[in-house]
Design a protein around this ligand. Structure first.
Ligand SMILES: *Cc1c(COP(=O)(O)O)cnc(C)c1O
Length: 416
């Protein structure tokens, strides 16, 4: 025991990136995880490993570990970890409950929105025959449909998840091209919700054409809650499958997501998923804790007071904005993106000859400070900040640090 303590102690003093930066101007506002653990039984794993925690004023980025799970979700994970259940039965029951909550025929918990895309696509190819699922990604094109259509502009990085099934992607730009591309090999149409722009083929036009030709439609809404209405909107609109991330706005497990929609497509998707072994989805496992955690995250999200959340985020953004808006050349703008990451977002832009720091340098300075803070954007003279991933009170730390750094870099200060 003593020996183990010693080892832990040594681990705890591993050098940590940025630890040499001598800034501690607001000690009453220390980050929770920077505090000495008072409970001797509670290990500080990140400290032991020399992995630095940070304040997230950037957003829900996978490389920053997404969002923080709600306490209800953490509790659900802990409470379900101590018993065995049948995985298929659990998916059946949780799927039915999610479908009831979200007013659709069926749902299933996946290992993320990307997995929902892969499994939904695979289901459109395999149908409900496990022998077909076992063939993928090698599609017998004499028997099975093998093409997925999307607009060229919708080929975002995550669309790669479609091709895991073995499907070939067919790109179109216009309604005419879409209609011409549909044939007996067409397995599915994939739509990225946040790209529903004027000048593209929009929601209803896609649905009209695909429904006319009996082509199943999938919409990727991974990062598109809030608003809460989006959990219902797209199945109502007529999309056959809708994908959400669990670990973004829903604040469920980061390694979970949900695929919801028409029962026949969800059933087919599940044949391509664990526990079944001979499938393209075998590496996309979600266990009981995350499955129940995903359900609880959805329940919690539906029950939240979203206006209250919004008012808090706005107030936090205002406070941060006020801390920098008087610097010479600083332009501040609060925007709310229309379709994805729909939260108050503060854009800062400045003349880097007046405030002598680039966006990238500012991001580094925020990251290397104590506590470490992540913001988004960067480049030569701009950054952006969101507040929805902050713990209450952290907005003051973000505001103080931004003010300090800009103050140190302002021309007036240099002239002194
Ligand atoms: C984040 C994202 C994904 C991937 O979601 P995961 O839950 O991380 O798998 C897919 N599509 C879009 C549009 C996204 O923003």
């Amino acid at each position: 025991m003593i020996h183990r303590r010693k080892v832990l102690k040594q681990l705890a003093v591993l050098p940590v990136a940025g630890s040499l930066v001598p800034i501690d101007m607001f000690s009453p506002l220390v980050h929770d995880s920077d505090k000495e653990s008072v409970n001797p039984l509670k290990r500080d794993y990140f400290k032991e490993l020399g992995v630095r925690t940070f304040i997230n004023a950037a957003g829900t980025y996978t490389f920053m570990t997404g969002s923080l799970m709600r306490p209800e979700v953490v509790e659900a994970i802990a409470n379900t970890s101590d018993d065995f259940v049948n995985l298929n039965e659990l998916q059946d029951k949780v799927g039915a409950r999610i479908a009831e909550l979200l007013d659709c025929e069926a749902a299933t918990v996946t290992s993320g929105a990307a997995s929902a895309i892969s499994l939904g696509t695979a289901g459109c190819i395999s149908g409900t025959d496990p022998k077909n699922a076992a063939l993928l990604p090698h599609i017998d094109t004499t028997k099975l449909k093998s093409e997925v259509i999307m607009q060229r502009k919708h080929s975002i990085e995550y669309a790669h998840a479609i091709e895991v099934s073995g499907a070939k992607v067919i790109y179109v730009d216009t309604k005419e091209e879409l209609e011409a591309a549909i044939n007996e090999k067409t397995a599915m149409y994939y739509f990225v919700n946040f790209l529903n722009y004027e000048g593209q083929i929009q929601w209803q036009e896609v649905l009209d054409i695909c429904q006319k030709h009996n082509v199943p439609t999938m919409i990727d809404c991974a990062a598109d809650v809030p608003p809460v209405e989006n959990l219902f909107k797209f199945q109502k609109m007529g999309f056959d499958m809708v994908c959400f991330s669990g670990g973004k706005g829903l604040r469920g497990p980061q390694s979970a997501g949900v695929l919801l929609g028409k029962k026949k497509y969800i059933d087919a998707a599940r044949l391509n998923a664990p526990p079944f072994g001979e499938t393209i989805g075998r590496g996309m496992k979600v266990n009981k804790e995350e499955i129940v955690g995903m359900l609880v995250a959805i329940e919690d999200f539906l029950n939240r007071n979203h206006e209250e959340d919004w008012l808090l985020w706005e107030k936090q953004i205002e406070l941060i904005k006020d801390s920098v808006s008087s610097f010479e050349s600083m332009k501040t703008e609060v925007v709310v993106p229309e379709l994805a990451n729909v939260v108050p977002t503060l854009h800062l832009k400045w003349d880097n000859r007046v405030l002598k720091i680039t966006g990238d340098q500012l991001k580094d300075a925020m990251r290397m400070g104590h506590p470490s803070i992540e913001i988004a954007g960067g480049g030569s003279n701009s950054v952006s900040v969101t507040t929805w991933m902050l713990k209450p009170g952290q907005e003051r730390i973000v505001a103080t640090r931004l003010n300090e750094i800009f103050n140190a870099k302002s021309e007036k200060n240099h002239a002194k």
